[in-house]
Design a protein around this ligand. Structure first.
Ligand code: ASP
Ligand code: MG
Length: 428
């Protein structure tokens, strides 16, 4: 039998009992005849606690040192998991990201994996060991410094290892039973998906579903690695992420009621900036967005209104991560004199609600039904954006739950029996 890569998240290794339970589960896979490689996250809220410690000694810690600190979290769990396995009579070897051959670019705090050279892992497997790798970290090819992959990055470590080792499957063990049609904390009747395509999962992850790291899904799609998202607290089958929407003929989608909508995602981590009274002439938008690009800000939705005939002035609004709000406002304020816009508005009491499903390509009326359900819930729409398989709207943050629930019900996604159980985690 082939190699299985497993990933255990922070809540699955939160304390010694959890670590022993995970060790038993890993050993099961080994007993089934697989070679097992495991990526582990830091225990429970360790990463947040390390960040708190860093801020307690320095308000703006140097990025290199912050990465050194944060990678310690995963090193603690990798060693403890290996010890717990050896206590069960099996041999395990733990490796840091760097030892495991996870090579990244040199951007501290959000490094990208550029290569995996798993020589030491392969040797350890050949010697009969179970391999445990510290997640969320690597070593920069250029600077040789230790890097981290961004919050939630252990998912990406796992998929990258699965690709490099040509594993049969990458199992992501978490504290819920799989990917749900909505966040069960908002929609108790959310349903577990049996399967979902890479593209739908990418949209879900990009639109606020926290179940998988976005980069991990991109990686899985590129290398065609199936991901099995499941709970480490139950034996239930989870959700398999695999296949492309390109492989679902549009016609077939229309006869399969199930396949129309994959789910409703929401995101309350964005803010909206409006540049008020921009002179309607060539090049002003380019100037605004160049300044934001130079400040390294990733934008999401952008809307420009038609200019008022009397004034020839227009408003440009866009959304961005709240964490970049201050930087963006400062960068734009510096342009006010040059461009001559009237003012800047900042609103971080917004939320994004997105409907995602491959079937909407071949189903007329999905947009109408989405907007009607939100209207019936008495929620006002701000901005709107779409992709081939997604419609997103911006609403008031206070209305997000109502809009998600109304949409979920309108598209017949509600389960008749409650399926969603959240087993662990503090939600931090
Ligand atoms: N420990 C890191 C975090 O909390 C990485 C991970 O959990 O995947 O973000
Ligand atoms: Mg974590």
């Amino acid at each position: 039998m082939g190699i299985v890569v497993q990933k255990y998240g922070g809540s699955s290794v939160a304390d010694p009992d959890a670590i022993k339970r995970v060790a038993r589960r890993i050993v099961e896979a080994k007993k089934d005849g697989h070679d097992v490689v495991v990526a582990v996250s830091a225990m429970g809220d360790t990463t947040d606690e390390l960040l708190d410690k860093a801020r307690a000694v320095s308000p703006l810690p140097p990025a290199r040192e912050l990465d050194m600190l944060l990678t310690a979290g995963e090193r603690i769990s990798m060693a403890l998991v290996a010890m717990a396995i050896s206590d069960l009579g099996f041999s395990a070897r733990s490796f840091t990201g760097s030892q495991a051959g996870v090579i990244t670019d040199s951007v501290h705090g959000k490094a990208k994996i550029i290569d995996v050279t798993p020589g030491r892992i392969q040797e350890a497997i050949a010697d009969g060991h179970i391999v445990i790798v510290a997640g969320f970290q690597g070593v920069s090819q250029d600077t040789k410094e230790i890097t981290t992959l961004g919050r939630g990055g252990t998912d990406t470590t796992a998929v990258a290892l699965a690709a490099a080792l040509d594993a049969d499957v990458c199992e992501i063990y978490t504290d819920v039973d799989g990917v749900f049609t909505a966040d069960p904390r908002i929609v108790p009747a959310a349903r577990k998906l049996d399967t979902v395509t890479y593209e739908e999962m990418l949209e879900l992850a990009a639109c606020g579903s926290k179940i998988l790291h976005l980069r991990c899904v991109e990686y899985a799609r590129r290398y065609d690695i199936p991901i099995h998202v499941r709970s480490s607290f139950s034996q239930l089958e989870g959700t398999i992420v695999r296949g492309s929407i390109e492989d679902i003929p549009a016609q077939e989608g229309s006869s399969m009621e199930q396949a129309i909508i994959a789910g409703v995602a929401h995101d309350v981590s964005e803010a909206k900036i409006t540049v008020v009274g921009v002179p309607d002439k060539v090049g002003e938008a380019a100037r605004i967005f160049t300044a934001l690009a130079e400040a390294q800000i990733n934008l999401d939705m952008i809307v420009q209104n038609v200019s008022a005939a009397a004034t020839n002035l227009t408003d440009i609004s866009f959304t961005l991560p709240r964490t970049d709000g201050q930087t963006a406002m400062t960068a734009l304020a510096a342009l006010q004199a040059t461009i001559g816009f009237e003012s800047l508005l900042y609103d971080d009491k917004i939320g994004k609600v997105s409907l995602i499903g491959a079937g909407m390509r071949s189903h007329p009326g999905v947009t109408a039904k989405f907007f009607s359900s939100i209207a019936e819930a008495g929620v006002n729409l701000g901005m709107i954006s779409t992709s081939e398989i997604r419609i997103s709207v911006i609403v008031d943050e206070a209305d997000v739950a109502a809009a998600v629930q109304a949409t979920h019900t309108a598209f017949d996604l509600d389960a008749t029996e409650v399926e969603a159980v959240v087993y662990g985690g503090t939600g931090r």
